[in-house]
Design a protein around this ligand. Structure first.
Ligand code: DGY
Length: 296
């Protein structure tokens, strides 16, 4: 993807695997006409003010919570993202987390390795049977729908939020679901959506899966809900912050699986994301509409 951009433009690539520290990002963007950024780069008024020539921002992610969309719109700078191509990979990972938590894979794997695997026991490591269980999808966009398709193949009953298309209020969904899976974008409305009050509505046997954005879940409340048995388990691909330090108190909570934001991490999907990000960047630099533009 970078080679395609390089064929037409002078390209500067941040050389380190870690995201550029803020001063380097600001300095690097100062002269730029276009920016191809990752979800770890904060694109805000400070950066936009410091980059007067900027004509396009292309995010190599579908989520755009790292970008101040209103500030870009106010300056007439189009913003692009990478929808669609990561739907199936992210839904796969959400379902892998769901299965791992429902069938208690981490405990089983640990028992084999640490020698606590005893004789076959009819009452040991019993989990949730997916067939007939209720999956609550919070945010029935592309990824939510892809997870729903997988759940239906496993015999689950699927309910979702969003009253405009026959969905339930969140409170009702939380009361009914055996598994709650988060698929909404992070916005000011969804920040802290899964709070102490939300956990209080969930079944004590319920499992929470989050593959969307960490701050949608109040992590202190989640730790407390797991420790007190308010819910049975949680499986997260996203946290707040990322990376989550090994010393974070959340990691001491029981029945918790945490992955390091791997939802779209397949070779095929990441290549497609890079391709779309390059398409958006090239279109913006050419002054033509972005193939995948995000509106503020
Ligand atoms: C996204 O695209 O928003 C994911 O979080 C990373 O693929």
């Amino acid at each position: 993807a970078i080679a395609r951009v390089r064929a037409e433009h002078d390209v500067r690539v941040w050389p380190a695997p870690d995201p550029p520290p803020r001063p380097d990002l600001l300095a690097g963007a100062r002269e730029a006409d276009g920016l191809l950024c990752l979800l770890t780069d904060r694109i805000d008024t400070e950066l936009l003010d410091a980059s007067p020539g900027l004509r396009v921002v292309s995010n190599m992610a579908v989520g755009v919570d790292n970008i101040d969309l209103a500030a870009c719109a106010a300056r007439g700078i189009p913003v692009g993202n990478t929808p669609g191509v990561l739907t199936e990979a992210t839904a796969d990972l959400a379902f892998a987390l769901l299965l791992a938590a429902a069938r208690r894979l981490p405990e089983g794997i640990a028992a084999v390795r640490d020698g606590t695997w005893g004789p076959w026991d009819p009452a040991w490591l019993l989990g949730l049977e997916l067939n007939g269980a209720v999956l609550g999808i919070v945010g029935k966009g592309r990824i939510g729908q892809a997870v729903a398709r997988r759940a239906q193949a496993f015999g689950m009953e699927v309910i979702h939020t969003g009253r405009s298309d026959g969905g339930l209020p969140l409170t009702e969904l939380l009361r009914r679901a055996d598994v709650v899976s988060i698929h909404c974008p992070l916005t000011e409305q969804t920040r802290g959506l899964i709070s102490t009050e939300a956990f209080a509505l969930m079944k004590p046997s319920a499992i929470l899966v989050n593959t969307a954005r960490g701050p949608i879940v109040d992590q202190d409340a989640l730790g407390e809900a797991l420790r007190s048995g308010q819910i049975a388990a949680a499986a997260l691909d996203v946290t707040d912050p990322e990376p989550l330090p090994p010393s974070d108190p959340l990691l001491g909570a029981p029945n918790l699986i945490v992955l390091p934001h791997l939802g779209s991490a397949t070779r095929a999907t990441r290549a497609k994301m890079a391709g779309l990000a390059a398409d958006n960047l090239l279109a913006g630099l050419a002054g033509t509409p972005l193939p995948h533009a995000v509106s503020a």
